[in-house]
Each structure stands twice: as C-alpha cells, then as structure tokens.
Design a protein around this ligand. Structure first.
Ligand code: TYM
Length: 333
C-alpha cells in the first residue's frame, strides 16, 4: 500500500480553504493509502504565536481532523513536536539544501515581508527543510495539499533526488513524493480580496470563513463577499475573481459542477446566489462543528494522539537512522 503524508499548521482555526484544498482530500484518500496526518506545530512557531492560543489550536486542529471524518482506526494522527525525528531530520535536510533555493520560495518572501517589523526568524527561511523532513521520514508517495504548497513539494522532490544521488550508492534511500491537488478549490481566495489566497492568519476576518464560525457569521461573511457590478454569475477568474471564487467554493462544498451551477443561476442575481451558498456552507460545517465539540470534550482524543505519536516515532526513527547511516554520522548500526 502506498503512503500519504500531509500536515496543517495550528496557526489559527482552519478555514474552508484548508478544508477544500486539503482536509477533504485526506478523508477521500484514507481508505486506499497508509495515511499520516500531522498537526505541524513546529512550523507554526516560525512566526510569533500566543502560547496559550497555540496550545488550544493544536488540540483543536486534531479534533477537527477527526470531526471532518478521518477514522483513527485507519489513519495515524499526531502532533509534530511529539515526534523528535522531524527536527532532527530537518537538520540533515538543511545540510543538503542551498540557501538560494530557500530564498526563492514565494512563501518565504511573502511571510518575511509581512513579519519584517517584528523581525524575521531564521526558521522562516529553513521552514521548507522541516516540511521536507516531514514527508521523507514516512517515505510518502503522495502529499495532498493546496496549490500554495506546489513549490515546497518541488523542493522536496529536488532534495530527494539529490540525497539519493549523493548517498544512495546501493540504491535509493528516500522515496520520491508527488503532490496531489483537488480539481476544484486548490486555491480558495479571500472573500474580501479575491485576488489574494484565503488564509487562516488573515488580519481581516471578513476574508475567510473559519471552520468554527457560527452559522450567522458564515451567512454574513458570504453576503458581504466582494463581487463586481455586472450581476452576471459566470466563471471567469481573471475578470470576475470574486464570483468565480464563490462558484468554486459552491462546487467544492456541494459536489455540483461549476458549469451546472452557472446554468442554474442564469438570469438570477448575486443576492439569491449568495443566500444559497451560505446555506450550502452552513450545511457542510454545522455537523463538523458538532463533532468537533464532542471530540474536544473527549479523552479519547488524547489517546488517539498518544497512539499516533508512538507509531510515528517508530516509523520516522527508522528512516532517520537510514539517513544518518547514509551520511556517515555516528557509529554504523
Ligand atoms: P497550511 O497550514 O498553510 O495549510 C494547510 C493545507 O491547506 C492548504 N490551503 C489551501 N488550499 C486551498 N485554498 C486555500 N486558500 C488554502 N490555504 C491553505 C495548504 O496548501 C495545505 O495543504 N507548509 C504547510 C504545512 C505542512 C505540510 C507538511 C503540508 C508542513 N509540513 C508536509 C504537507 C506535507 C502549510 O503551511 O499549510
């Protein structure tokens, strides 16, 4: 069976962008792959976090993973900082990665520009090697992610090829992973600025729908989503980014195709379209929220995370040792 790895940062409550681009895929893939899903808290601290909020968001993200339908009997769910091989592996990755490669990452450029005032941590630059370590430690074949992670996955593939060439005299050591994107919604845009990606750490809360937003808030945010003055519901991301984004969200939440939605709303106004979309998003998120609260209140959540970390430690340590041996570190074991 092939292996899947993916992670989400607990740097805020996940948005419907995270759900549509990533989490929904996880649920669909869990029956056919050996899956590892991680709460990547060590990635989150590359920018300043409030300690107690972070702690709440870490457990909350694990509860959401379960609430969207991941089955702990099928997948391994764990918290990155509870599995030390990730940071140790990241060092080995850094030693085989060039500064130039890291400086070219668009996410580094964006995030370092945003955090310039408070200082840019060295870890913001070395963030992708930690992500590379996450993936290679489990010999992942597939990595389901949103479009914004494409460049990090390319870096991962370059690293694996380089590592295998440098150290794999007796054959490849690491598995070459491939990114997996959804057809509809791999890049959900902000409701307030539809040319920008929807992000859980956006200062403007009108830009995103959090997976834990109250139904009334969801309806209101969709009602006030930026569109245009033409009043025509059609899919044209270049000229009508707002409406096209709403169509993508609608399609991803209901499974109806964009073409069918466009046909159904022909001659109708944005008001009706937005009301219906609000109901569709509420209909999707309300049952998830109920399950989320139940998981948050249950001790079973912690048992699942303990079991997950134990399994992840065993698997990742094995690969870490293979990498260390290949590089000539320590004594041969
Ligand atoms: P993060 O936490 O920013 O986002 C988690 C996942 O959600 C996807 N995503 C989106 N998809 C569609 N539209 C959007 N607006 C949107 N915003 C986010 C992301 O692409 C991602 O799949 N570096 C990663 C976390 C990570 C990781 C990994 C992922 C760390 N190690 C190993 C895969 C494998 C990140 O910042 O995701």
């Amino acid at each position: 069976m092939q292996t899947i790895f993916s992670g989400i940062q607990p740097s805020g409550v996940p948005t419907i962008g995270n759900y549509i681009g990533a989490m929904k895929q996880f649920v669909d893939l869990q029956n056919d792959f050996d899956c590892y899903f991680c709460v990547v808290d060590e990635h989150a601290i590359t920018v300043p976090q409030k300690r107690l909020e972070l702690r709440q968001q870490i457990r909350g993200l694990a509860a959401l993973y379960l609430a969207v339908g991941l089955d702990p009997a099928k997948v391994t769910l764990f918290i990155q900082s509870e599995v030390p091989a990730h940071t140790e592996g990241a060092w080995l990755v850094q030693c085989n990665t060039y500064i130039g490669e890291l400086e070219r990452m668009t996410q580094f450029k964006d995030k370092s520009a945003k955090n310039e005032k408070q200082g840019v941590s060295a870890a913001l630059l070395t963030y992708p090697p930690l992500m590379v370590a996450d993936i290679v430690l489990y010999h992942a074949h597939l990595v389901p992610v949103g479009e914004d992670q494409r460049q990090h996955l390319e870096l991962t593939r370059d690293f694996v090829e380089r590592f295998n060439n440098r150290y794999g005299e007796n054959g490849p050591i690491l598995t070459l992973p491939e990114a997996k994107f959804v057809k509809e919604g791999a890049r959900v845009m902000s409701l307030a600025e539809p040319t920008q990606k929807m992000s859980k750490s956006d200062k403007n809360v009108k830009g995103f729908i959090s997976m834990l937003d109250e139904p009334a808030v969801i309806r209101k945010k969709i009602k006030s989503a930026v569109t245009d003055s033409s009043g025509v519901i059609e899919y044209d991301p270049e000229n009508k980014p707002g409406v096209s984004n709403l169509l993508s969200i609608y399609a991803a939440c209901t499974g109806e195709s964009i073409a069918s939605l466009v046909a159904r709303y022909e001659g109708k106004g944005y008001g009706e379209f937005k009301t219906d979309l609000g109901e569709a998003v509420v209909g999707l998120l309300e049952p998830i929220q109920e399950k989320y609260h139940a998981w948050m209140a249950s001790e079973e959540l912690d048992t699942i995370l303990d079991t997950g970390a134990e399994k992840a430690r065993a698997v990742s340590n094995k690969t870490l040792n293979q990498m260390k041996n290949a590089m000539g570190l320590g004594r041969k074991k």
